[in-house]
Design a protein around this ligand. Sequence first.
Ligand code: GAL
Ligand code: ZN
Length: 661
Amino acid sequence: MGIHFGVDYYPEHWPRERWETDAKLMQEMGVQVVRMAEFSWFKMEPAEGEFHFEWLEEAVALLDKYGIKSILGTPTAAPPAWIIEKNPEIQPIDRQGRRRHFGGRHHDCQSNQTYRAHIKRFVTAMSQKFADNPGVIGWQIDNELGNSHGDLCMCDSCKARFQKWLEEKYKTIEALNDAWGTAFWSQGYNSFSQVSTPLITAVGENPSAMLDWKCFCSDLIVDFAKWQADIIRENCPKHFITHNYMCFDNKVDYYDLGELLDFVSNDIYPAGHWQKQPHQPESELAASHDVIRGYKKKPFWMMEQQSGMAGWEIMGRALEPGQMSAWAMQSVAHGADAVVFFRWRTCAMGTEQYWHGILGHSGNPGRIYREAKQLTHTFAKYMDEFEGSMPNPEVAIVHNFRQNYAFDIQPNHPELRYVEQLYKYYKALYEKKIPVDFVQDMDDLSKYKLVIAPLQYLMTPRLEQHYMDYVENGGHLVLTMRTGVKDAANLCMTDRELPGRLGEICGIEVPEYDCLIETTGGVLYGKKEYEIQKWCDIIELKGAKQIAEYATGFYKQSPAVTENNYGNGIAWYVGTEPGEELMEDLMSYFTQESDIETLGAAADGVEMMTRESEDKIWLFVINHTNDEQVYHLHDRYTLLEGEKEEFLKPYEVQLFEKNKS
Ligand code: GAL
Ligand code: ZN
């Protein structure tokens, strides 16, 4: 496509006379694309059927004159007041049974057919209007679907749809009663019409019902997006369709959503005021980029990258010089084909008047603008070549939305979070400069030398077989605590000791376990004692060899980590959550045994990552710190950008290349 840098632009917030100045400044900065209009329904349709697209057509044309293309958002995350006045029932109901009202955004129920009809009218008109506009290249559906839809909607429309969804899934009410284990607490149903959306109960909830509810909500969001994608495809077959994801967010199964899209996009705010301060660790950002690439196994776009201080009522830290550029090139290193900065100019009104952009309130180009310009001028020339290329890791971490939902419903340990657990494994690899893919459990795993599958809690015979085949055929697999606990309906399995059939490849059984509430434990690995957290599986060896043992608890000296040869491969079982140090050392061992290459050696704030085309490999070395750093590469590359090999200035990004032999 040849488009690589852009900004999110809201011309409707500014006088018409300012637009040309914006376009000129953007052009000088190296902006090739803007995203617009994703919150501008009222401006485009101030009353039912009265369309006013002139202002947007004018903005598109003006930008096009400066060589800047447009992506248009469908504004369905903010239905205007006149729609709400006419159809107040489209506003969502929360779990307390309260209506959520107009005045913010995302005040919509996604199953409501009246709302769908409003969307159909509007999106049809908008997509027809811009179908042949030479300035428009694509669409973003809605905005961050699932965001602000905290517990989605409990209204009557959603209830009816949930009942229908259940009926399609279970066919008979007896099947639902079995799958939900409704013998417990007299929860049996006589008919689907008795099943409600999960309004707040007096106490407790049914984990199987909640799992279905979460899957239903995900399907509903996908259906809501498809409703729009179908309209756009019918009217604008030439334009691409994307959506701005939120990293690991779990309101919608992003793999399913990705099937509707030409490519996925992501939003990141590493220095948001809600993040770890002073900013989200770059290893977490790297993991988000890797999972985003994994959702469609394709390069992606950054549709919103933070470019200034974040803030609604309170604000986050200011960006240090170079930091934004390092984040931008980090996403490129992990597979982004384009980076769009949020937002062009800090706006003066509304909830986000402190959410800063490339330009401040005054609109004068300053430090951030100069940095962005320098970035595009340095890297634009390589971006065409990068386009379509992908990282090619030897290690994969398994990621799955249903497991995530199940741990949301029952964390087991109060602080256990599914994504955080994946991330702990990821971080150890990241710091060793080992690239990682995120994959879904049933994906073909055979191209990976090492697969790490934490918390395989919900288990099916098919998935068991899949992992067994992988190891049998020479794969190296890491399984962990809380594996094989439940069936697909979120009921505990009873026919074997944990971890079910996977015990055969691991050569172990787990007849007991301990939850480390408000305490930590210890493990002896080699000659050293390490901290462990949250959980201890009490393991019996059935052919495996022990590689670490507990140093605490009544199960002291029993196995904590095991290794087993199975077929041509190896299965490791980690029965606890390793503390950071143990994680590092275990991962050194697993990766060495699996013959995994590391890209180089450097301090933790220095990142190394590669992208490969058919004949080339590009290596990015990024300094995410405000200090000078040194590093060492394990392979020979030619330096394309950067001052001095093996040395980095604060926040410097270096680019290398080599030909594939
Ligand atoms: C994103 C959202 C944008 C804007 C930004 C700053 O989550 O997509 O519309 O709200 O955050 O808050
Ligand atoms: Zn609803």
